[in-house]
Design a protein around this ligand. Sequence first.
Ligand SMILES: CCCCCCCCCCCCC/C=C/C(=O)SCCNC(=O)CCNC(=O)[C@H](O)C(C)(C)COP(=O)(O)OP(=O)(O)OC[C@H]1O[C@@H](n2cnc3c(N)ncnc32)[C@H](O)[C@@H]1OP(=O)(O)O
Length: 721
Amino acid sequence: RHLYTCTQNSLSLIISVFVYISTFYQAVLQALEDGLKKADADPSVKAVMICGENGKFSAGADIRGFSSPKTLGVALGPIVSLIESSEKPVVAAIEGVALGGGLEVALGCHYRVAHAKARMGLPEVTIGLLPGAEGTQRLPRLIGVPAALDMITTGKHIPATEALKLGLVDEIVEENTIEAAIRLANKVIGQPLGPRRLSLKPVPKLPNMEAFLQEAQVKVKRQARGFLAPELCFQAVQAATQRPFAEGVRRERELFQVLLSSGQAQALQYAFFAERAVHRWATPAQPTAASTFTVAGQGLGTMGQGIVTSLVKANIPVVALEQNLEYLNKGRKAVMVLLEREAKKMEGGAQKLDFHNPARLQFTVDFNLLHDVDLVIEAVFENMALKKEIFHKLSNICKPGALLCTNTSALDIDEIASATSRPQQVIGTHFFSPAHVMRLLEIIYGRHTSPSAIATAMQLAKDMKKVGVVVGNCFGFVGNRMMFPYVEQAVFLLEEGSRPEAVDQVLEDFGFKIGPFRMSDLAGLDVGWRSRKGQGLTGPSLPAGSSARQRRGQRYSPLPDLLCERGRFGQKTGKGWYQYERAGGRTATPDPWIHGFLSQYRDTHRIETRYIDQEEILERCLFSLINEGFAILAEGIASGPEHLDVIYLNGYGWPKHRGGPMFYASTVGLPRVLAKLQKYSEAHPDVPKLRPSAFLKKLVAVGNAPLKEWMSYLSRQSPKL
Ligand SMILES: CCCCCCCCCCCCC/C=C/C(=O)SCCNC(=O)CCNC(=O)[C@H](O)C(C)(C)COP(=O)(O)OP(=O)(O)OC[C@H]1O[C@@H](n2cnc3c(N)ncnc32)[C@H](O)[C@@H]1OP(=O)(O)O
């Protein structure tokens, strides 16, 4: 669309494109083709320069286009070849980003000049595809197989400095990239182009190519856990090492088609837009820019340490507070270790971590220092009385406009807010451990939380490079509330005849990084035990004469409590649902003691042991979680299924290639989910979480409504979302 010739400096041809090619996709391709042909045919044109518009080269193909029947990926390949075969030098001027098809265009150019702040990558794998415009064949020829495999199978974006080291670009500039590219084009006019055509180059040899590829394939397969794209990306690069260029391209196209029709690509592309939809959450109120905040972290335990580290990484000034010097020194030491580690990772990059400067990071036990901060994130342990005491104090000490956030995974935000004189400025910020690594931030508004407080918390998430998802206040909020029935089913399955390793295996085969029992051992069984004691479900406050396997008229499994009573807290004690090499060990081994304990338990409670197949394990765990998701939507706790999916993808290890629990339900088909829930609910009438939600029933009754229409079937939605 934006195609014009420029007579400046030996008649370079400039082609300018949008940051991403939406409906203009075909037009841009056409413009590229026409422009190149015109430039080749025009004897007055001596060189060609390709750049983007508004300081951005290209973010590649329009991702929405892949869900249309047209296989767009293939159409760009011949144009990249056309660029490469030009008899006039073609130089790419890379500013902003050159991603996917955009980088493939640059690989067809004979030279590449990048701005120092530019980023490059082939992220197709992250949307379930592979670089389908000959990128899997050109990149290994340019930067070698190990570096190309790394970029193509992970999809990571690399900064210009690294691209220069790898030989991906020929030059980086701090100033005007376009002028630098034109300068380079002028310089190389008349020089032979053969050595610059990547399709003619051999793939650089490795002394041990076979062994390297074998090892790399094992690693890719192990990490992919059922996700097809990384493995097919690997195969495409492998083809580059084994076949001539044209045959490699044919293989790349075949593999691209497999991915395009796999269903996984749709799930990942849904996830890409779901994350952006959640970001687009809007409120009439304006946030205060969090990056200009001074934030106080209250409590320097594991969560507090991660939160302070994230804030410093986001360049937000922090006052870190603890209740006494002993805890403060311990916390400070741990934070410093984390920050040193982060600083090392960032070495060579544009941003430096400034954490030795007391104006940026201050440690204190003096509560009064919180007087001037703009926002407090309290991260003491989950105890309502303690939190209320702290919030009362904060409300008295902090300046009137300060926002008071509580890091909690389940507690009632309204009750915490009731201890303050400013409930409109109290909000929940549920970080996930380790907080400096995990991207998810659940933002929970209470009854009185103001829209501007919500907007400010969202801005804080953005500044901390986290995915903020706004949800309503209920026990466990969204993520943990959906997790409870999942874990509950996993334990019931043990009562009925299964084993921890069998349940974990099914869920890990589905794609979870770790199954519920490995997860419980990692997190510590004592955490849930403390919470159940607090709720009066076990421990001294349990009314005398309570039935062992019933609580409040519902089925209850005391198995996790029994393990805790025997000191089996998981990894930290070396024993939990599994056994470990030592206390603090990480290698889980099935434990014969647990097997014996389970059969004794079944005998005691006269439970007949039965064989439970993989389908039942999967369906009972996942469909009960999904069922809770429908209840959450119906109650207006979240504003759409995308929100639930983004939470599960970013905070709970849900496999990305399955798009999130609600998307997964839509691919299974709601009638099937409903039928299975009905069946399991009839078999277990004392388990309310298996009873199909009314909203799910309604969506089935209206004819299996597609996911994007679900919310239109609800009459009541939260006024704040
Ligand atoms: C100069 C010549 C170029 C020629 C171009 C040729 C076109 C090539 C087509 C050929 C096809 C061959 C096969 C190629 C396949 C691909 O290219 S697949 C796509 C690969 N690219 C990506 O995966 C990049 C995805 N985008 C991002 O990573 C980020 O958006 C970003 C570019 C790094 C920018 O990030 P940020 O600044 O944080 O903004 P966002 O909020 O993420 O995005 C802003 C809005 O733009 C939308 N968007 C971004 N990229 C795309 C895209 N590729 N397709 C469609 N839409 C995109 C994004 O959704 C945001 O919009 P809203 O959702 O409305 O908020």
